[in-house]
Design a protein around this ligand. Structure first.
Ligand SMILES: *[C@@H]1O[C@H](CO)[C@@H](O)[C@H](O)[C@H]1NC(C)=O
Ligand SMILES: *[C@@H]1O[C@H](CO)[C@@H](O)[C@H](O)[C@H]1NC(C)=O
Ligand SMILES: *[C@@H]1O[C@H](CO)[C@@H](O)[C@H](O)[C@H]1NC(C)=O
Length: 671
């Protein structure tokens, strides 16, 4: 059967049809025929295509409608657009005509860990002109993956492992496990990422890929002669890399590109980012951190207005009327049963506003309704955002910078933390300093704005850290390599963390309380400093994953068990006082400065935070280590274990009734 298909500017038809073709046949194009005819046999169906130049123009404008923003954003010169369109449409991979791959012969010298295996040269005798519109080339992606499945991919995709080995210069005859380990270790130098800055969050998640042999062979240069940019061809939803010259390049000249193009203009930061490929020592650099200015605090943060001045002596409240509570959190509505309070459904009639999302307009609230409470403080984000917390914490370091033997920074309870976007050079200097002293160098890298253990990387590979996407602010935090463990009967010695609920009633003077019952989370697998991709071994935040059994232990039972496991470290007399003291220091640091660098005072504010910590061995002592301060924590478990939880919390916050049976008063003399 024969069918004739004429193409007009109907993109969906084309994409559909071509999508089929690529699995069957590769088209080759003779570009100067006026109207081309290709006969393609596709099983029993024979389709004849007519590509007419006239229709080509219509198609080109359709192509531009869809792709022009992308081409402009990645700086592909207009000169190349039309040829690009043709090459995409016909799947023309013609780089072999003008480039040549060469395997580098290191002769007697051993190839160093940073030396490339392949290089790419111009093999076209006339050279490559940056003005010739034909000189844009499609590079295929040999492997597209998501980081969690890389190992699995290598195992199951036929041919992939060997292809990667030869691309990265490893013996394809070697044992399969060795090959996999090699590729997984080496691929950070090859893997590329790009995310589309449009569409939904899912669409914006980074795509990881490794270019084909041609693309992967291109070496770095600070004065490159080519550029590569990722490109999503929408009709097929296929990503390619586009290769085009930015200078005229002669016959037999090497093709180079800038590996970290667009990341930074700062020469030091460039050198740091290039470390995976170009060795430079940062040992001489200063790694001591300095508190950034106000701009930094304002930058990554939603605008907030400050309250107008209000008389501290506000609300002379009639003790006999109930406080009306408007709460967005259902557990409050369910568990707040104390007769001093009453749940209401309208914000407008409430005395207490309890929001689960970020409140910002303190000014308006102070003018319009100066007598209501709100469950947040202005600029409390200095504690709840991951990159701000360590900056604030360091205010407690005093004039001690770091311990010269262990490089431990101060205060003791704060893990050393660098912002990978703004303190990269200092971080690399610190990392190398540790390495040169033979100190442990495991780091955990996390995005500043995501909670719940999403997108975290634990590694001691500096190059891995340097290759983490810079699209989103990330911190690198010294990983706790010697945590105090808890013996679980069936699981062995596991990691655990401790969560306290802490109440802030006033900033000036500081009034701070900790709920005596604390909460525990345990890991499910025995701890060891390996298998960093095994979540259950390294993370305790497991409420969020359905299929992980939880280990629920109430704190009273935990303390009994703790005293058995660590008889020399009394919880009540030694461990807990250190923890409570740490909380006090954290908040003292946070209120030591005014907005935007500190939590600001507001007589209308009352807040509750959940503070997570771990315990770490320091020689023979156990020290608490601060992990996170969370706003609006999930209190389901708290209510289920302790049904009076919210009654106690609300009485403390809003009626100044801090029952010493239930709360530690952190600012009382002696704490
Ligand atoms: C790049 O490859 C390395 C090699 O194992 C991997 O660890 C790293 O996660 C990859 N980069 C990303 C973030 O995908
Ligand atoms: C690859 O590029 C780096 C950085 O420009 C350079 O130091 C290195 O010598 C190059 N490798 C080869 C084999 O040319
Ligand atoms: C506990 O302390 C005692 C006496 O100070 C000591 O002999 C013992 O070794 C310690 N035990 C542990 C587990 O550290």
């Amino acid at each position: 059967m024969e069918r004739e298909v004429m193409f007009y500017s109907n993109l969906s038809t084309i994409s559909y049809t071509i999508g089929i073709i690529i699995f069957g046949v590769t088209l080759s194009i003779r570009s100067n025929t006026k109207c081309q005819k290709h006969v393609i046999v596709f099983s029993t169906l024979q389709i004849t295509f007519h590509f007419c130049t006239m229709d080509g123009i219509g198609l080109f404008s359709t192509f531009l409608e869809a792709h022009q923003p992308q081409l402009e954003a990645s700086g592909v010169p207009r000169l190349f657009w039309e040829v690009l369109f043709k090459k995409l449409r016909y799947h023309t991979f013609d780089s072999g005509l003008v480039f040549q791959l060469m395997r580098i012969d290191y002769e007697d010298t051993e190839r160093g860990p940073r030396d490339p295996v392949w290089k790419l040269f111009v093999s076209y005798e006339k050279g490559i002109s940056a003005q010739d519109p034909n000189n844009i080339y499609l590079i295929d992606h040999a492997w597209i993956y998501d980081t969690n499945n890389a190992r699995q991919n290598l195992l199951v995709t036929p041919g992939l492992l060997d292809r990667m080995c030869s691309l990265m210069g490893f013996d394809t005859e070697a044992d399969e496990n060795e090959k996999i380990e090699f590729v997984l270790n080496e691929m950070w130098r090859y893997n590329q990422t790009f995310s589309l800055n449009s569409g939904s969050i899912e669409d914006r998640m980074p795509i990881w890929y490794i270019m084909d042999e041609v693309g992967s062979a291109i070496n770095h240069s600070n004065e490159p002669n080519f550029r590569t940019v990722p490109f999503l061809y929408l009709p097929e939803r296929i990503t390619y890399t586009l290769l085009f010259p930015i200078k005229n390049v002669d016959y037999e000249e090497e093709v180079t590109r800038d590996f970290i193009e667009g990341h930074t203009n700062d020469p030091k930061v460039r050198q740091a980012l290039l470390l995976p490929w170009v060795e430079i020592l940062f040992l001489g650099e200063d790694f001591v951190q300095v508190e950034p200015g106000e701009d930094y605090f304002v930058a990554n943060h939603v605008q907030e207005s400050l309250p107008e001045y209000i008389d501290e002596q506000l609300h002379p409240r009639d003790r006999n009327t109930k406080l009306k509570v408007f709460s967005e959190y259902s557990y409050i509505n369910e568990y707040l049963t104390d007769p001093a309070f009453e749940i209401v459904n309208e914000e407008s009639s409430a005395d207490v506003l309890w929001y689960v999302s970020h409140f910002t307009d303190y000014k308006e609230l102070s003018q319009r309704r100066p007598h209501v409470f709100v469950n947040q403080f202005p600029f409390e984000c200095v504690l709840t955002i991951k990159d701000l917390l360590p900056i604030v914490g360091r205010r407690r370091a005093g004039d001690k910078l770091y311990d010269p033997d262990t490089l431990k920074t101060y205060p003791e309870w704060l893990p050393t933390t660098y912002n990978l976007n703004t303190e990269l050079v200092k971080f690399v200097a610190y990392f190398e300093q540790r390495e040169s002293m033979g100190l442990d160098n495991h780091w955990i890298c996390k995005p500043c704005h995501l909670a719940r253990g999403l997108d975290m990387h634990i590694t001691k590979n500096l190059f891995h850290i340097l290759r983490l996407p810079s699209t989103e602010p990330k911190i690198a935090q010294k990983y706790i390599t010697d945590p105090v463990l808890y013996q679980r009967p069936e699981n062995g010695k596991v990691k655990f963390d401790v969560r306290y609920v802490v109440l802030l009633r006033s900033v000036k003077h500081l009034k701070l309380f900790a709920y005596k019952n604390f909460f525990l989370r345990f890991a499910n697998k025995e701890f060891a400093l390996n298998n960093f991709d095994v979540y259950e071994q390294h993370f305790t935040v497991m409420n969020y994953l359905e299929d992980n059994p939880l280990c629920h232990v109430k704190c009273a039972d935990f303390i009994l068990e703790w005293e058995k496991q660590y008889p020399n470290f009394s919880w009540k007399d030694q461990i807990e006082p250190k923890i409570l003291h740490m909380f006090k220091e954290v908040f003292e640091a946070a209120v030591a400065m005014e907005a935007p660098k500190g939590i600001d005072k507001n007589p209308q504010s009352r807040a509750m935070y959940a503070i997570d910590l771990m315990l770490e061995w320091r020689k023979d002592t156990v020290e608490p280590v601060l992990l996170e301060v969370n706003f609006s924590p999930d209190c389901k478990r708290a209510c289920e274990y302790y049904p009076n939880f919210y009654n106690d919390i609300f009485r403390c916050l809003f009626l100044d009734d801090n029952n010493p049976e239930v709360f530690h008063d952190l600012c009382r003399a002696g704490n």
